[in-house]
Design a protein around this ligand. Sequence first.
Ligand code: TYD
Ligand code: MG
Length: 474
Amino acid sequence: MAKAKTRFVCQECGRSAPRMMGRCPSCGQFGTMVEEYEEEEEVLTGPHRASNANSHPRQLSEISGDAEARMHLPIEEFARVLGGGIVPGSVVLVGGDPGIGKSTLTLQMAIEMAQQQTVLYVSGEESERQIKMRALRLLRHADGSARDIPQRLYLLTETNLEAILQHVHTLKPNLLIVDSIQTIYIPELKSAAGSVTQVRESSARLREEAKTSDLAIFVIGHVTKEGAIAGPRVLEHIVDTVLYLEGDRYQSFRLLRSVKNRFGATSEVGVFEMVDRGMREVDNPSEAFLAERMVNAPGSAIAVTMEGTRPILVEIQGLTSTTNFGNPRRTPNGVDFNRLLLIVAVLTRRLGLKMGDQDVFVNVVGGMHIDEPAADLSVAAAIASSLYDRPVFADTALIGEVGLSGELRWVGQMSLRLREAAKLGFKRAIIPRRVGQGEPLPEGIEVVQARSLREALNLAMLPKEARKESDQTV
Ligand code: TYD
Ligand code: MG
């Protein structure tokens, strides 16, 4: 038999290269190239791609413009991230690291939805027994009693996509869950399950199924946000909505974040806590994130970050410690590395803090990752507070972006942020000086405006007399 022709594809961006390469020439990632069978192109362009005979052009004016009818999802945090419920005919990707809780959360959703709708949960990862055990666990109440398993929840352990679709045609569920896309394969394709071709093609067929039968499909994928190891990000382009479940595996908080949504706002966040009976919704994330805070400890500052449309208060911790050997290290957890470098540089150059022989660690408590610059001031304050051993006032929240000249810059949605801080009992907020008019600032919290980082830090930390020892000044 002649050897099948192969080509080389990047698992990260899906583009091909003429030969095996250590680094993808298109996206520049290392170690992402894999070998795939070339003749599959024929299968991909085969009969199932024939035009859908039912389609015909329609006048735009005759198409109803009402908001999509959504299926009600009684898990509020989840529904909000989706944009208000499940849209029939849509495909949602739930990505995240292995073990983070994707199967748990989607099974929980399946159980809730099956009270009203027919739900088919397809698993290629676990056995029927394992899933049954998990379902029993999720249905338990705190007092030991349990709810019944809904009658309309079906389970199928299968990895052959054609077999899965046949079952879908007979059962006609309203909601299909595929756990996970990396285990699903199309028998006509030669590459292994989990390869770029299999993943891309299976999800494309699932999408066709969703669009033609108004079936809502949730696809689970082991996809890290950086996409570095687990690959096929190609999936993101095929589906309507991409959700990432993130959080620290060793901490209990989980954030469900939408990074793409054809039916709602992106960067909306749902907060959950992994408990022994599955994922519990966290109604007041700020309160939860601040629960373990040590008041008046140096190296801690409170930031107000916007997650989608919602302000969330988080504690930022900073620790500086004399470097033992080699170059001083900068170690962020939950903030961007380059952002940390920038803030340290500003503290050093513009404020004269001596950190050339200091390791700097920054941690966002609760496993949250902050992308926006509004937390800069808190990061800077946490570091300075640790270096000087001077605590930040416990009742003060810090909001603002730090500029390269050491100036403090205004950030959006200030009133929302301030209101959330006031709601949680913060008495004072230090924010950038506002130029010009804008939204009125809320009552109930003392707002102190600072022009520069230096000014803000002086206002934020307990006076010098209170600190123990240090001869440096801000
Ligand atoms: P899982 O949903 O299997 O993760 P994924 O599908 O993303 O790989 O979650 C696995 C982890 O969740 C595992 O470490 C056990 C934990 N877990 C709980 O803490 N409580 C629970 O009720 C359940 C079902 C799981
Ligand atoms: Mg799983």
